[in-house]
Write a protein that binds this ligand. Structure first.
Ligand SMILES: *[C@@H]1O[C@H](CO)[C@@H](O)[C@H](O)[C@H]1NC(C)=O
Ligand SMILES: *[C@@H]1O[C@H](CO)[C@@H](O)[C@H](O)[C@H]1NC(C)=O
Ligand SMILES: *[C@@H]1O[C@H](CO)[C@@H](O)[C@H](O)[C@H]1NC(C)=O
Ligand SMILES: *[C@@H]1O[C@H](CO)[C@@H](O)[C@H](O)[C@H]1NC(C)=O
Ligand SMILES: *[C@@H]1O[C@H](CO)[C@@H](O)[C@H](O)[C@H]1NC(C)=O
Ligand SMILES: *[C@@H]1O[C@H](CO)[C@@H](O)[C@H](O)[C@H]1NC(C)=O
Ligand SMILES: *[C@@H]1O[C@H](CO)[C@@H](O)[C@H](O)[C@H]1NC(C)=O
Length: 489
């Protein structure tokens, strides 16, 4: 067949004349075979190889159209169209090549079910008479989509202290791609990736990347994604690492405020471990635990109130299949609560003491003033307190503007100078909810079985407006006054 093409070119004198004419006539320059320079397709798909011949010279005859493949420098015929004889497709291509619209100007073929071996240079040749052969060539590239996957190491990742050797975590593979894929890793892990390319004889490339890492607690549960980019495709697969590590121990429960007699204190051994902790062991730095302690799993319960004997360094040893680690806490016991509600109570107690002193003083003055004039006043006051008739007191309130006063007897025994030192005389009245009644101790008021001290109501407006009488106690003078009622009465 190729021989035929050459035979056409040889010969006649006027063919030579026409050849000469092409050199000088611009119109003949347009006698061109048009192809696509590059054509590509994936394995298994069909490609169309365009080829058209523009022939502006009506006197030139197309004798044959031939597709050839250039292999190793030699040409191999693929398909032939002869206007007189018809179409011929040669051996390996017989089932796969068809002319789409064979004619004097169109030699376009379709190549079906692309194979890797189809890649190469294809020549579209028009044999004419008398001007000879005209040809153009195109490059056919066969693409192969890679197969991508990720392999996760079967070995269990274990973090060991002091380990610096990286271990294989995962392998990302993009096999038999053409052109080769780009493989990368998407992760926040601080590992190391190694890349390898294997070029196969059929032109495909397998890209392998291995990800190595020093197993650590921080790496546990971290995602690791393998990303393969091939042409416009993107493949991604990810795993979440499972790293086993020894328990990381912290002890919770000591708030720095373990004061004497505090109840229900406990220490808890908080562990971060993979796999979980299987055994907890509590001990003290200098030996075993006192018997007053009860361990339940990770918690160390202290039975009974806090005592000084609890102070010391407590150690929790936690064990999981990987190893044993311990944490410790130094417990020291204070005699008084720090800050907290306990501290507040002390301050309140002082204020109450101040209030008591002032109330007694004021009351004394009022009695001194009122006694000669209104004898009923005192009894009125006491009865109203005893029954606590809120309704009754309301009308009394018309001239009673002060708050309800409560006297705290805890500090009644303080001597005057101490009280003055502790309590600078400021606001004289305090409202202390929840302290309606206070009980005297017997030794303070011997003779009475059990007595209650009730609040006193003071008319400060009258105090304010009334001129001071000579009965007003001098500063520093001891004031003894309280409403004392028998509890039984
Ligand atoms: C290939 O060439 C034909 C005509 O020669 C044109 O219609 C087609 O668009 C071209 N294809 C490409 C991918 O260039
Ligand atoms: C191309 O030439 C090489 C040696 O140069 C040979 O091994 C190979 O088979 C040839 N390919 C074809 C398609 O003939
Ligand atoms: C076609 O392929 C050949 C060899 O493989 C190369 O030299 C040439 O530049 C390619 N042409 C185009 C247009 O890609
Ligand atoms: C190319 O060669 C590789 C290695 O021999 C093989 O695994 C692969 O299947 C081949 N690809 C095709 C499309 O034949
Ligand atoms: C210890 O923990 C296990 C599992 O969490 C639980 O089943 C068991 O009841 C616990 N034992 C005690 C004494 O709390
Ligand atoms: C350990 O120390 C605690 C307090 O520091 C003490 O009460 C206890 O006796 C000590 N135990 C031993 C075995 O030394
Ligand atoms: C108690 O221990 C804490 C630390 O554990 C320390 O800061 C503090 O000073 C200690 N207090 C006493 C009274 O030893």
């Amino acid at each position: 067949m190729a021989r035929m093409g050459h035979a056409v070119a040889s010969g006649c004198w006027w063919a030579f004349a026409l050849s000469l004419a092409t050199l000088f006539l611009p119109g003949l320059q347009a006698q061109v075979v048009q192809v696509n320079d590059t054509v590509s397709g994936f394995i298994g798909t069909d490609v169309v190889l365009h080829c058209s011949f523009s022939n502006p010279l009506p006197m030139v005859r197309i004798t044959q159209m031939t597709w050839q493949k250039a292999t190793n420098g030699s040409k191999q015929n693929v398909a032939i169209y002869n206007p007189n004889m018809g179409v011929s497709v040669l051996a390996p291509y017989r089932e796969r090549v068809t002319f789409l619209r064979p004619s004097f100007t169109d030699g376009t073929i379709r190549l079906s079910h692309l194979e890797l071996e189809d890649e190469g240079v294809y020549i579209c040749e028009f044999a004419t008479f008398p001007t000879g052969n005209r040809e153009s060539q195109l490059n056919l590239t066969v693409l192969a989509k890679p197969t991508n996957w990720m392999e996760v190491t079967k070995k269990i990742l274990t973090a060991k202290t002091g380990q610096t050797e990286k271990v294989l975590v995962a392998t990302c593979i993009s096999a038999n791609g053409k052109p080769p894929s780009t493989v990368s890793w998407d992760t926040r892990l601080k590992g190391e990736a190694e890349f390898q390319e294997i070029r196969h004889p059929n032109g495909t490339v397998t890209v392998i990347s291995r990800y190595r890492l020093v197993p650590s607690r921080e790496a546990h549960k971290q995602p690791l994604a393998c990303v393969v980019n091939y042409q416009l495709d993107r493949f991604s697969d990810s795993i979440t690492l499972n790293v086993q590590y020894e328990p990381e121990v912290t002890i919770e429960g000591f708030d720095g405020n373990w004061y004497l007699k505090r109840m229900d204190v406990k220490l808890t051994c908080q562990c971060d471990a993979n796999p979980p902790v299987t055994h907890y062991q509590w001990k003290m730095l200098n030996g075993t635990l006192p018997s007053s302690m009860d361990t339940q799993n990770k918690t160390l319960f202290f039975k009974g109130p806090v005592t000084y004997s609890l102070s010391g360094t407590y150690i929790c040893e936690a064990t999981n299949p990987i190893g044993t680690r311990s944490g410790m806490v130094e417990v020291n016991i204070t005699d008084k609560p720090l800050g907290g509600p306990g501290g507040l109570a002390v301050i309140l107690g002082s204020l109450v003491s101040l209030a008591a002193a002032v109330a007694l003083f004021m009351f004394y003055r009022q009695q001194q003033k009122n006694n000669p004039e209104m004898d009923s006043d005192q009894s009125d006051l006491s009865t109203s307190h005893k029954a606590s008739p809120v309704e009754d007191r309301r009308h009394e309130m018309n001239h009673v503007t002060s708050d309800v006063q409560v006297v705290d007897l805890d500090n009644i025994g303080l001597d005057e100078s101490e009280m003055e030192q502790k309590l600078p005389l400021q606001t004289p009245y305090y409202d202390l909810a929840g302290h309606d009644t206070l009980t005297f101790s017997q030794d303070l008021f011997s003779g009475l079985e059990e007595t209650d001290l009730h609040y006193a109501e003071l008319d400060t407006t009258t105090l304010e407006s009334s001129p001071r009488t000579k009965t007003t106690p001098a500063p520093g003078e001891l004031v003894e006054y309280a409403i004392i009622q028998s509890h039984s009465g």
